[in-house]
Design a protein around this ligand. Structure first.
Ligand code: DX5
Ligand code: ZN
Length: 219
């Protein structure tokens, strides 16, 4: 079985000590950095933008898994590639020409991801799943860290896994929102490959140990 991935979300980290937080992830058993970009339009919150991504890229020694919660993400594909981002995920709901957007992301040398809001059916990926490297299944409504996990996610993951296998796609399934040591194993059992964890890691007393615990739970 392929290696399962933990991606701490820096949204929940201490921005006043960002370099320290990045070094913690570098030295931990985490696999990716998850970066949440919010524009105040697609979601009712604004997180951080290019200068912060540039600062993170300077110190991060693991892939930058970047989740764009913004309208019209095509405008910034090249900018994120130039900043050194490795995975660029756009929202299904923000892309009227999703196929073209995915091609544009890959043309810039990044892995192309699609995120689905909790209300968005996985069946809508039927015609694009072969072009997708990562599907982020949102297990909370995007916009904020620290929300509770939506239980319907398990069934969505199972159906998405079936779609991926049926279509011979190599897409990875990533879960984002409310992930903790209690739901992590079940998500993997239903077919998830990667789990984002924000608050559960950064608000814990010993984040490095919490990451280790998550890795053990899903191993
Ligand atoms: C939510 C973001 C998530 C968030 C996860 O809009 O996309 O990545 O940071 O945070 P937790 O793990 O606290 O739900
Ligand atoms: Zn995210």
């Amino acid at each position: 079985m392929s290696k399962k991935i933990i991606a701490p979300s820096l949204l929940a980290s201490d921005f006043a000590n960002l370099q320290h937080e990045i070094e913690m992830v570098n030295q931990s058993e985490a696999d990716w950095f998850h970066l949440d970009i919010m524009d105040g339009l697609f979601v009712p919150n604004i997180s951080f933008g290019m200068p912060i991504v540039e600062a993170i890229a300077k110190y991060a020694k693991k892939p930058l898994d970047t989740h764009l919660m913004i309208v019209d993400p095509d405008r910034y594909i090249k900018t994120f590639a130039d900043l050194g981002v490795n995975h660029l995920t756009v929202h299904y709901e923000a892309c009227p020409h999703l196929h073209r957007t995915l091609q544009a992301i890959k043309a810039e040398g990044m892995k192309a991801g699609v995120a689905l809001n909790p209300h968005t059916s996985i069946n809508l990926l039927e015609d694009t799943i072969q072009d997708i490297d990562i599907v982020i299944v949102m297990s909370v409504n995007p916009g904020f860290g620290g929300q509770s996990f939506i239980e319907n996610t398990y069934l969505k993951v199972r159906d998405l896994k079936n779609l991926i296998e049926r279509k011979n796609s190599s897409a990875l399934i990533e879960i984002d929102g409310g992930v903790n040591a209690t739901n992590a194993k079940k998500l993997i059992d239903y077919g998830a490959d990667a789990l984002v964890a924000g608050s559960f890691v950064f608000k814990s007393e010993h984040p490095t140990e919490t990451i280790k615990q998550l890795k053990e739970v899903i191993a």
